[in-house]
Design a protein around this ligand. Structure first.
Ligand code: ADP
Ligand code: MG
Length: 416
């Protein structure tokens, strides 16, 4: 059996584990159930890929979307891993099953609706399993922003192999969701491992929207380098492109209403560019690896703090200074409240809690980063020194106050 570090070097060609990867992998190697909460881009896949190679048997990976599975399989095969998916859409089902039975698969991906069926359990009956990886594990919780009832049905499969370690992975889990994942998947409380969520090079700013296009144009004028502007609707994207386009920087649109060719072309142009602004709906950004994005602007509120963190997190992946600026209006919240009224009853409490958390972030006179990090379960300092609130009014007031005290002290000293 090869040790995890040797696999990291030899198979993946990476010099060192990042952040909590080693901690997560050690626990899985010891056969213990684990929930890893790690931000997007932190390297969650590696946390199951390495034990898949280091432990006997195939890793069963539960993943919610077929498109996502195929991306993962391509990436894994790029590192020389043997990976396949069992989905209703797959033509080579028989071949995959044969490879699984012959012990020729390191990773087998399956969607929850398939994995939770009896057929899947009996298929695995005599197959050695290295671990169960449950990707996007927040889908198991009604508190999560992406509830998938089929995730709830995985438990009999997991329980049928009690000695096989379970590794649940997610980027986005608040306290409720985490507790729920642990309970639903039978992971002990001490199995929770949370990565650092802070992105210190991102400067957060949040302002009321007075004149959205003008405010965004000013932001763009002040920020050289590539940037993303998120707008709530296709229509809003088109309008912004029109208004911003006249100002000298290359500006392109990205939304689901454009034909796939134009979308691909605009995305490729953005990835290549050193000064382009892309105005997009939230459809843009998934799976895009552009490290030098210098700013992310929101022309309206995102869906939740998790979404905000994920979307702003596309800025400054290279570690150089970057800006995230959100412009919000009271109408954004009114509309969001109205939408919540239209969703299923069982989901309304969760959605409302998510909107309230976002409102607190928007309205706080305190540190934005502190609110964000506390949301993800961290215990940050009171002030970060790199958000609008830390950088503006309170400092000025503090300085004025300090000056006043100093002056009065000098004055008193002078008198005595
Ligand atoms: P996540 O699922 O957490 O968003 P991924 O698993 O897709 O992240 O990994 C993001 C990128 O980081 C991938 O390109 C991956 O190969 C790379 N990566 C992961 N771990 C390491 C590491 N220890 N050293 C260098 N690169 C890594
Ligand atoms: Mg992932």
């Amino acid at each position: 059996m090869t040790a995890p570090l040797a696999i990291l070097h030899d198979t993946f060609g990476f010099a060192a584990f990042r952040g909590v990867q080693e901690k997560v992998i050690d626990r899985v190697m010891a056969g213990r159930h684990t929930l890893a909460v790690m931000p997007t881009g932190a390297g969650k896949s590696l946390c199951y890929q390495v034990p898949a190679l280091a432990r006997t048997g195939t890793a069963i990976v539960i993943s919610p979307l077929i498109a996502l599975m195929h991306d993962q399989i391509r990436a894994a095969e790029g590192f020389g891993l043997r990976a396949a998916a069992l989905t209703s859409a797959d033509a080579n089902r028989e071949e995959t099953i044969a490879r699984l039975r012959a012990g020729e698969l390191d990773l087998l991906y399956a969607a929850p609706e398939r994995a939770s069926g009896d057929g899947f359990q009996s298929l695995l009956a005599r197959v050695p399993i290295a671990l169960f990886a449950i990707d996007e594990a927040h889908c198991v919780s009604e508190w999560g922003h992406d509830f998938r009832p089929d995730y709830r049905l995985l438990r009999p499969l997991l329980d049928s192999r009690p000695k096989v370690p379970r590794l649940a992975l997610t980027a986005t889990a608040d306290h409720h969701t985490r507790a729920d994942i642990l309970k639903q998947l039978g992971i002990p409380d001490d199995g929770l491992i949370v990565a650092g969520f802070d992105r210190p090079n991102i400067r957060y700013a949040i302002s009321p929207r007075t004149n959205g296009p003008k405010q965004i144009a000013e932001l763009i004028a002040a920020q050289p380098g590539p940037g993303i502007v998120y707008a709530p609707t296709r229509n809003a994207v088109e309008k912004l492109v029109e208004k911003l386009g006249a100002r000298g920087r290359p500006v392109r649109a990205y939304h689901a209403g454009l034909d796939p060719d134009t979308r691909r072309r605009n995305q490729a142009a953005f990835v290549e560019s050193e000064d382009m602004v892309i105005v997009a709906t939230v459809a843009f950004g998934m799976g895009i690896d552009k490290p030098d994005v210098r700013f992310v602007a929101h022309a309206g509120i995102p869906k939740s703090i998790e979404a905000y963190y994920q979307e702003t997190g596309r800025a400054g992946r290279d570690g150089d200074p970057a800006v995230a600026h959100l412009f919000w209006g009271a109408s954004d919240f009114a509309l969001a409240r109205q939408r919540i009224g239209e969703v299923e009853d069982s989901r309304q409490a969760g959605e409302r809690a998510r909107l309230d958390a976002l409102a607190r972030l928007v309205e706080t006179p305190g540190c934005r980063r502190a609110i964000l990090l506390r949301h993800f379960g961290e215990d940050p300092p009171e002030r970060c020194g790199n958000c609008d609130n830390c950088l503006s009014a309170p400092d000025v007031i503090d300085a004025t106050e300090l000056a006043r005290k100093l002056l009065s002290a000098v004055y008193r000293t002078g008198q005595s």
